[in-house]
Design a protein around this ligand. Structure first.
Ligand code: ADP
Length: 286
């Protein structure tokens, strides 16, 4: 019987833990404050930011939204990020991606690296990425932590497992592959230029798909009994929200699988909250 990994339920438990931690901080006279920066008016980004706001408020975290128009200058964005990063009252700073190319061009790294690594709750600064490569504790990308948590719910120890990660983006695929490798899995990273995905996926005990391509992973590519983690979130022309996995058919073959929606999405938000509290603790030497 295939296990459908209930990301919403797993996320609920993480969020309850975070809310408890925030209550303790408040009881000691502190407060946890998070600032999100949104550039432009991309509707999907607006929804993501609104979901983050709701989750923060439910956990007792104070949420600030800072918006800039898509017509703003690069320097307006860097000034804002610098100011938020320096503000002692703010514990976490997040730049909602993607930022319009007209604003940042090829200089997104410069903006991200203005965030104090102790406030970098997306784990995207060179400092936090470096810590992930090092295997030392920093702030690690939320989705990567969500993926590991989902896997752990059905497979408590990934050491020695063959894991194929499809996608190597800086926010999802790359940190996920590094985190899994730090947990002693044998990780193969595939991407857009991989010649034949089906050469790699059938050897995998666990497959993580984060490519943004609906229907990319089909049942013939999956070993019977594998664990399949679908990170994709794609809106089809008919309005349906689907992942990167041919869910119905792959679910018949897999031992466990995450649905879309209700899988990795809620876990990503839960680990964002967890990172915000972790950031607070780092800043207070706790
Ligand atoms: P996200 O930020 O959600 O990971 P991106 O679009 O930034 O999304 O990255 C998508 C990743 O998926 C890239 O690393 C790309 O190489 C990979 N990818 C996209 N399409 C395919 C494909 N057809 N097969 C394998 N990998 C793919």
């Amino acid at each position: 019987m295939t296990q459908i990994i209930d990301g919403k339920a797993l996320a609920g438990a993480v969020r309850a833990e975070v809310a408890e931690a925030v209550r303790e901080i408040k009881a000691q006279g502190g407060e946890v404050r998070f600032a999100a920066v949104l550039v432009g008016d991309d509707p999907a980004s607006q929804i993501y930011v609104r979901n983050k706001q709701r989750a923060c408020e439910q956990a007792g975290i104070i949420f600030e939204l800072h918006t800039l128009p898509a017509t703003c200058q690069f320097v307006e964005l860097t000034d804002l990020v610098r100011q938020l990063s320096a503000d002692k009252k703010i514990n976490g700073v997040l730049l909602q991606l993607p930022v319009p190319y007209e604003v940042v061009g090829d200089r997104l790294n410069e903006v991200l690296n203005l965030i104090d690594p102790c406030k970098d709750v997306d784990g995207l600064t060179v400092a936090n990425m470096g810590k992930l490569v090092d295997g030392t504790a920093g702030l690690c990308a939320c989705t990567a932590q969500g993926v590991l948590h989902a896997i752990h719910s059905v497979c408590p120890d990934v050491s020695g497992k063959n894991i194929v990660v499809i996608g190597r983006s800086r926010i999802v695929g790359r940190p996920t592959s590094l985190l899994l490798s730090n947990h002693h899995a044998t990780v193969t990273v595939c991407h857009r230029l991989t010649k034949d995905l089906a050469l790699y996926t059938p050897t995998a005990d666990i497959i993580v798909v984060a490519a943004g391509c609906p229907g990319l992973l089909t049942a013939d590519m999956v070993k019977a009994g594998a664990i399949v983690i679908d990170v994709g979130i794609n809106r089809l022309a008919d309005g349906r929200l689907v992942g990167d996995v041919d869910f119905e058919k792959v679910a018949c073959k897999a031992a466990a699988i995450t649905p879309v929606p209700g899988g990795i999405g809620p876990l990503t938000i839960a680990f964002l909250l967890k990172n915000i509290v972790r950031a607070y603790r780092l800043q207070h030497g706790l």
